[in-house]
Design a protein around this ligand. Sequence first.
Ligand SMILES: C[S@@+](CC[C@H](N)C(=O)[O-])C[C@H]1O[C@@H](n2cnc3c(N)ncnc32)[C@H](O)[C@@H]1O
Length: 349
Amino acid sequence: MPPEEHKLKADDAIDRFCRQYLQLERDLEYPPTETLRELDVQDNIYRRIFADNALAYTPPPRYQLRVLKELTSRIEASIEDWDLHGVSDDLMNALSSLLARQLPSETTAAQQKSYVTYTLSLLDHHGNAAQTPAQITLLESRNLISASGTTGLRTWEAALHLGQFLCTNPMLVRGKRVLELGSGTGYLSILCARFLSSTSTIASDGSDEVVANLPENFFLNGLQDSKKVRAMDVKWGHALVGTEDKHWNGGMPIDVVLGADITYDKSIIPALVATLEELTGMFPHVTIFIAATERNQETFKAFLDVCEKRRFKVEEVDFELLPRQSQRGPFYSDQVPIKICKIQKASGI
Ligand SMILES: C[S@@+](CC[C@H](N)C(=O)[O-])C[C@H]1O[C@@H](n2cnc3c(N)ncnc32)[C@H](O)[C@@H]1O
């Protein structure tokens, strides 16, 4: 292989590995043997993710340790001639200092929140140098369901996929007033406010714990003083306009509603659709994008059926879920289909 091609392949493998590490992926794609044994590759990895001060928000120490152990043992296994190759001292020192630290037990670590950083590879060409791609960092609890029963303390595949769709079609939110329903960690709201130039964005959720967590995630993305994004308690099925307020949201209209992985449970569909009806009643021009992971086809179909019964116009959006090997960040499963639907109030109603 010509040297330039070899370098491009090595750079790509390092990129994928570092980006997956930042996203706390369980099954990392380690660079191949012939790449790993090169000292400049090891230095590159060290400088990007293991050096002190390399990252503003680091993965949990247990995760760092697991990855460093695996990385250094793969490097050792890759070396055929120890006169020609070796293991980076910096990586070995990073491993030793982690081994010397007192780490929380597995159980304690599982309860703690962690920083997860998603790379927005589709925005790489938006004036970002390859070394500093657009990223979103969130404080998440990777346990499936928190003590309070919400599923909103981690980011789900449907949000990542809808985010990729919006990065590909930024004009859908540019200059628009956006409301996200069931926003969870706020990934999509932060994407719109920070990178896709929405005019204003409301990250809403019905869980108090989730809504309380949102300001921290805004802060991690430099949005703490931004007037462009805010958190709001919106419980589906509860009237938006109360008896005290004459106008919802101070009378400010909404142009786009987003929702990812919010149709997973049949029992909440009537309440969700009631909220969509109230929103389209107040803002007839609003366009709604709902993304759903089809764990269970019936549930999403039940949601679409109710929408059609209520005479919404529903169109499935054609947006391919990339195979895992073609993803460059964020990374998510290509095994379960994710559908995106565009929903509008049918004209003449
Ligand atoms: C599976 S999570 C999806 C979170 C985020 N959209 C994502 O894809 O990462 C579902 C979210 O909907 C919220 N939710 C569930 N029922 C709700 C309701 N009745 N009203 C408002 N939010 C609700 C949950 O608190 C949770 O944050």
